[in-house]
Design a protein around this ligand. Structure first.
Ligand code: PHE
Length: 466
C-alpha cells in the first residue's frame, strides 16, 4: 500500500495533488481532453463509412444514455479518491469494504490511455505535418492526384512519420511536465476558446459551398438500412472514445476537481460541448466533401485527402486550410496531454518520482510503442496477425490497437465504472459526492448507471460476437 493511501482519507481535506484553480479550468481541461481527433478526424470518417444519419443517431443516444452517466461516475471516483485511477480505486474499494482487486479497473484505464496515446500521437503527427504543409502553401492549385500522393508519401515514409510522432509526443510531455496549474491549465485556457472560434469560421465557409444542405441531410436523415451491428458497436465505442471515458482520464482530471464544483453540471457541459464540436466538424467537412465530388466513406484519410484538395482550389483556401489544421493540432494536443496524465499521476505517487521525470519517462515509453503504428502504415502494412479471423481480415497492428481499445477496453472499463458506482458503492457515498438530493436527478443517474449503461454495453457486445 503506498503512503498516499495510508495518509489520504476522505475526511482528510488536504488532497495529495494540487487542484484546478476554478470550475472553469476543469471544464476547459476536460473539454480539451474530450474534443480532439475523435471529433474532427474520426467522427466524420466513421460517420462517412457507416452511411451517415442512422449512425449519428445511435452515437447521440449512446452519449446521452451511457456516456454522460458514466462520465459522472468517473469524475466522482476520481474526486473521492483524490489520486491516480489505480490508487483511487484501491482506496474507494477499501472504504466500501470491497476487494482490493477493483484496482484492476484503474489499471485497465491507465493501460488503455497508454495504448491509445501511442497511436493517437502518430495521427496527431499527421495533423502537425499538414499544418506545416498548409502554412507553406503546399495545397495551392493541388489536384486529386497530387494530394493523394502527398498523403501516401507521408504514410510510406517511416522517417517522416517518426519525426512528426516525436514532435507530437514532445509537445505533450512539455505541458504535462509543468503540472496541473502552470502546464495544463494555461494551455487549455488559450487553446479551447481559439478552437471554437476557428470551427465556427469553417462552418461559415462550408455554408458558401452551395452544398451545405446536403451535408446537413447526410448527418441528420437516418437511413436504418445502413445500420449494421458492427456500426452500432463502433457508435458505442466512439461515444466512449470521444468523451475520453473508460481510460482513467476523467478520473485523473476529477481527482484535481475542487470539492465545491458540481460534478453533474460540469459533466453535462463537457459532453454537450464535445458533441457540439463533432457535429460542427461534420457540418464543416461534409459540404466540402460533396461540393468537390468526393467520397464520404474514404476512411481514415478522409480529412487529409479531401480537405487539402478543397482548400487548394478555393479563394482564401490556404488561409482556411492553415486554420483548419492548426485547429486540429490544438485539439489533438489537449487530448494527448490528458492521455499521458493518468500514468504520470500514478508514477508521481509511486515512490514519489518527480513530475518532470514521470512525464519524460512515461512519454518515452509511449513513444516507443508508437513505433508499432508508424511501421504498420508502411513496412508492416501487410502484417495482419489476426487475419485468419473474418472480422479482423486485413487489419494491421495499428488497426488492431484501435479496435482493441475503442471497441473492447473502453466499453469494458466503462462497464466496470458503472457497476462500481451503481452497485458496489453505497447509495449515500455516490449521492454525497454528486451533491444530488434524494430527488429525481439522483434516481435518473442511478437508474442509468445501474441498468441502462451495463445492459446497453452488454447487448452491443453480445450481438457483435454472434
Ligand atoms: N476524446 C479524445 C478525442 O476525441 C480522445 C481521447 C480518448 C482522449 C481517451 C483522452 C482519453 O479525440
Amino acid at each position: 500500500m503506498s503512503n498516499y493511501l495510508k495518509n489520504n482519507s476522505i475526511e482528510d481535506s488536504a488532497p495529495a495533488h494540487s487542484l484546478w484553480s476554478s470550475r472553469l479550468a476543469f471544464v476547459l481541461a476536460a473539454t480539451g481532453s474530450a474534443v480532439g481527433l475523435g471529433n474532427i478526424w474520426k467522427f466524420p470518417y466513421i460517420t462517412g463509412e457507416n452511411g451517415g444519419g442512422a449512425f449519428v443517431l445511435v452515437y447521440l443516444l449512446c452519449v446521452a444514455a451511457i456516456g454522460i452517466p458514466i462520465m459522472m461516475g468517473e469524475v466522482l471516483l476520481g474526486r473521492r479518491g483524490r489520486q491516480s485511477p489505480i490508487n483511487s480505486m484501491l482506496l474507494l474499494a477499501a472504504q466500501e469494504g470491497k476487494s482490493p482487486r477493483w484496482k484492476l479497473l484503474g489499471w485497465m484505464g491507465v493501460a488503455g490511455a497508454f495504448i491509445i496515446l501511442s497511436f493517437y500521437s502518430v495521427i496527431g503527427g499527421w495533423a502537425t505535418c499538414y499544418a506545416g504543409y498548409a502554412v507553406l502553401g503546399e495545397f495551392s492549385g493541388a489536384t486529386a492526384d497530387s494530394i493523394g500522393s502527398l498523403f501516401s508519401a507521408l504514410l510510406a515514409s517511416p522517417v517522416k512519420l517518426l519525426i512528426w510522432h516525436t514532435v507530437f509526443i514532445g509537445l505533450t510531455i512539455l505541458v504535462v511536465a509543468r503540472g496541473v496549474r502552470s502546464g495544463l491549465e494555461r494551455a487549455v485556457k488559450f487553446l479551447m476558446p481559439t478552437l471554437f472560434v476557428l470551427l465556427l469560421v469553417l462552418v461559415g465557409y462550408a455554408m458558401t459551398t452551395g452544398r451545405f444542405l446536403d451535408g446537413v441531410a447526410f448527418l441528420f436523415t437516418p437511413d436504418f438500412s445502413k445500420l449494421t451491428t458492427g456500426a452500432v458497436l463502433s457508435a458505442m465505442g466512439h461515444a466512449f472514445f470521444t468523451l475520453s471515458l473508460g481510460m482513467g482520464v476523467m478520473m485523473a482530471y476529477g481527482s484535481y476537481l475542487p470539492q465545491d464544483c458540481s460534478i453533474v453540471k460540469t459533466s453535462i457541459i463537457v459532453s454537450v460541448m464535445d458533441t457540439a464540436v463533432a457535429l460542427l466538424a461534420g457540418l464543416a467537412i461534409f459540404p466540402i466533401v460533396f461540393a468537390n465530388g468526393m467520397e464520404p466513406g474514404a476512411g481514415p484519410g478522409l480529412i487529409f485527402q479531401t480537405l487539402p484538395l478543397a482548400f487548394g482550389n478555393i479563394p482564401g483556401g490556404s488561409f482556411f486550410g492553415a486554420l483548419f489544421f492548426i485547429l486540429l493540432v490544438f485539439a489533438a494536443w489537449t487530448s494527448g496531454i490528458s492521455l499521458l496524465e493518468p500514468l504520470v499521476e500514478w508514477l508521481e505517487e509511486h515512490r514519489g518520482i518527480s513530475r518532470l521525470t514521470s512525464a519524460v519517462a512515461g512519454g518515452l515509453a509511449v513513444w516507443l510503442l508508437g513505433l508499432v503504428t508508424v511501421f504498420s502504415l508502411n513496412v508492416w502494412s501487410d502484417f495482419t496477425p489476426l487475419g485468419m479471423f473474418a472480422s479482423f481480415e486485413g487489419k494491421t497492428l495499428f488497426d488492431l490497437l484501435d479496435y482493441l481499445t475503442a471497441n473492447i477496453m473502453l466499453p469494458l472499463t466503462g462497464l466496470l465504472v458503472a457497476i462500481f458506482t451503481g452497485w458496489v458503492m453505497s447509495r449515500s457515498s455516490t449521492r454525497e459526492e454528486l451533491g444530488l438530493e434524494n430527488g429525481y436527478g439522483f434516481w435518473l443517474w442511478r437508474t442509468l448507471v445501474r441498468y441502462v449503461a451495463p445492459v446497453g454495453v452488454l447487448i452491443v457486445f453480445v450481438y457483435n460476437l454472434s
